[in-house]
Design a protein around this ligand. Structure first.
Ligand SMILES: C[S@@+](CC[C@H](N)C(=O)[O-])C[C@H]1O[C@@H](n2cnc3c(N)ncnc32)[C@H](O)[C@@H]1O
Length: 246
């Protein structure tokens, strides 16, 4: 078929396709609403594995895992957060919320949570499950810009489930230095990874790091890394110099 012919055909189907997309989105919202009502009545979380796999199939690199984190991994991440500390607690890439749930179970007041998630369906789910939390749909790699309207004091902790290792080293360093600049001195930036090495390449002078044991009860096994800023300013020693501004 010629190019003008193809364009004509495309035009002919444009309106029905748009109508179909609208109907599909309305239907998806209706199903989500019914699922939420069902969950709320029975105090259960249905179907998270399915939601996750569906999102992973659509965007494997952005989701970064085929299943939500296990309870053991989520609890390990939450253990680094002091529920009695002062200030907001930020979670990056909460997904369907296993780490959020572990934080709440640890005693964190949900109204202190600022949840930053890219995926619209996950955001809808999080808003329904944690109505007191602030759910921000956006790109966590623009952390400082994104949090400018939500953070009025240093954060007490930043907990990240972002698939950091899918990003270049420079992006990872920038995210971690940005996060540290938003935290109170000594407060933790908590990140899990399936990799055997630290997600932070090189060394940040003025930053202390520690790692958990490997957590085998997770698919795939993972490790939790924690970074804390000790000095008021930090310097990066690695591939390329990065100057965080505090
Ligand atoms: C590996 S999953 C972890 C989900 C959840 N924290 C868990 O432990 O099961 C990564 C999550 O980060 C989200 N994500 C990926 N890139 C993001 C970005 N740039 N900004 C915000 N969220 C992002 C994905 O949508 C997904 O929900």
């Amino acid at each position: 078929m010629s190019l003008p012919g193809l364009r004509l055909l495309e035009k002919k189907f444009e309106a029905p396709i748009r109508l179909f997309e609208l109907k599909r989105s309305a239907l998806e919202k209706q199903i989500e609403r019914q699922l939420r009502e069902f969950e709320q009545k029975r105090y259960i979380h249905l179907d998270d594995d399915l939601r996750f796999i569906r999102s992973w199939l659509a965007k494997p690199l952005a989701i970064g895992a085929v299943a939500p984190s296990s309870k053991v991994l989520a609890r390990t991440m939450a253990q680094y957060v002091d529920p009695d500390s002062e200030g907001p607690i930020v979670e990056l890439g909460p997904g369907t919320g296993p780490v959020t749930q572990a934080l709440v179970q640890k005693g964190v007041d949900p109204s202190r949570l600022v949840l930053i998630e890219f995926n619209a369906a996950f955001c809808r789910l999080l808003r329904a499950r944690y109505p007191q939390a602030t759910v921000v749909q956006g790109d966590a790699y623009s952390l400082r810009r994104l949090l400018a309207h939500f953070l009025y004091q240093p954060a007490a902790a930043i907990v990240s489930g972002l698939p950091l290792m899918t990003k270049p080293a420079r992006t990872r360093v920038r995210l971690i230095t940005d996060a540290l600049s938003l935290l109170a001195p000594g407060a933790p930036f908590v990140q899990f990874t399936y990799a055997v090495v630290s997600p932070l390449p090189g060394r940040l002078v003025g930053v202390r790091s520690e790692a958990s044991e490997r957590i085998w009860l997770n698919m795939p096994p993972a490790r939790v890394w924690v970074y804390r800023r000790q000095a008021s300013s930090i310097r990066y020693r690695g591939a390329g110099r990065i100057q965080p501004d505090f």
